[in-house]
Design a protein around this ligand. Sequence first.
Ligand code: HAM
Length: 419
Amino acid sequence: MGTHDVLWPDSARWEALIAEFARRAQHAGFGLVLNPMFEDAAVFTRGIGDESDVVRKEMYEFEDRGGRAVALRPEGTASVVRAFVQHRPPVPWRAWYVTPAFRYERPQAGRYKQHHQLGVEVLGTDDPDVDVEVIVLAADFYRWLGLRRVELAVNSMGCARCRPAYLAALGHYLEEHRQELCDEHRDRYTANPLRVLDCKRAPCRAATEHAPRITDFLDEACAAHLARVRGGLEALDVAYRMDPRLVRGLDYYTRTTFEFAATSLTAAQNAVGGGGRYDGLAEAIGGPPSPGIGFGIGIERLLLACDAEGVFPLDAPVPDVFVVDVTGGEAARDVTAELRRAGLGAVRAYDGRSLKAQLKAADRSGASVAVIVGPEELAAGTVTLRPMRGPGPQEAVPRAGLVERLTGPAGGPREGVRT
Ligand code: HAM
C-alpha cells in the first residue's frame, strides 16, 4: 500500500528524533509552523511546477464536495510559502515543520505513498550565509545521529536572468542526443529539459554525461552567491562535492540546491534530505517577491540509514516506578496518580493480577523501582520499595513519605530512581 503504522516502542525513536530536531531548530531561531494537510491544488501546480514528476504523476489531487480542486500536500515548502504569503509575518521568517507528505509512487523500501518530513524554511532574505546556516543545520543533525556515510552534493540553479541561456544550450544538446534518451524523455525533453538531468534511468544518465553544466552559465551575482556559500561550508568544515547535474525534482529552485545521500542505502532511494533556494516561489503563489531557502529530511529514510549504519539505536523510554498492589487496586490507583503528579514516570498492573504476575510485569517494564503494597503494608501505612535493577535491600517506607523518598528533598538527588 505504501503507507505504514509506527507503533510503540518503535515510535520512541521518532519522538527522540523529532524532539532533537525541534531543539536544534529552535536554537537556530526557527519556530514551528503547522499547515493543513491539503491545499488548493494550484498552490502545488504553480509552486512546484506542472511539469515536475511530483505534480504530473504523484500528486493526490481530487475534487472536494464543493467542486474545488484540492491536493494532499506532496511536500512542505509550497504550503509554508502559501502561509507566509497569506499572513505576511515579519522577515526574515524562519519556520520549521514536521509533516506527512503524500506522493503516488510505486512503494518500495524507502519510498512510500505517505512519508514524513522534517524541514525548515527561511523567507525574506537572499543572504548566502543563510544558505550555509540551513545546510549546516541539516549536516550537524545527521552527525548528531551518528551517521557518517552521508554525502552532501551542492549545485546552483542560477536565476531567472542567467538560466534561459543555460536552458537553451541544454535544449540544443538534448536535441542532438534525443535518440539516446529514455522513452519518456525522448518526446518530453523540450517541456522541461532540466528533468532529463534529474532522470535516474540509465539511457538519460549516459546521454547527459557531457551535457552543458549550469555552473558555466551563472551570471556574476549567482556565481558570487555560490562562491560565498562554498566558502561558508569550507569555513565550517562541512564536506561537500559540487554536482552540476543536481537539479532536484521540484521546479521552484533557484541558485543553491543541495542533497544529502546516504551511501549505506540503495542508490535509487538514498536521498535522506534535500533542499535549496526558491527566490521566485512566493511570487508564483501570488505574494510579493520574497526569496527563500529550506530543506526537507525524510524521516523513514533517515531511520533506514541509521539502521544501515547501526546508529541511533532504539531506546524505549522506561518508567521510573512500577506500582504493585495485591490489596484490591485502590492503593495502586492512588499511589500511581500521586507519583505521576510529582513528576515521576509510574505504571501499574490491572485486573487484580497475582503478586507473581505483577512482579513479572514490573520487571518487563524496565522500571528501576517497584513500590509494593500488600495487606501488611496497607495495615501499617507503609509501602515496600524493591530495587528492580541492580542490588540493594528492600526497604519499608511510610506511605506518606513515599514521594519525597523517591524524588529526594526539593532539588536533591532522586535516590533509588534512575534519572
Ligand atoms: P524532496 O527532495 O522531494 O524535497 O523530499 C525531501 C526528502 O523527503 C527526500 O530527500 C527524502 O528523504 C524524502 N522523501 C521524498 N519522497 C519520499 C517518498 N516517496 N518516500 C519516502 N521518503 C521520501 C522536498 O520535498 C522539498 N520540499 C525540500 C525543500 C524544502 N526544499 C526547499 N525547502
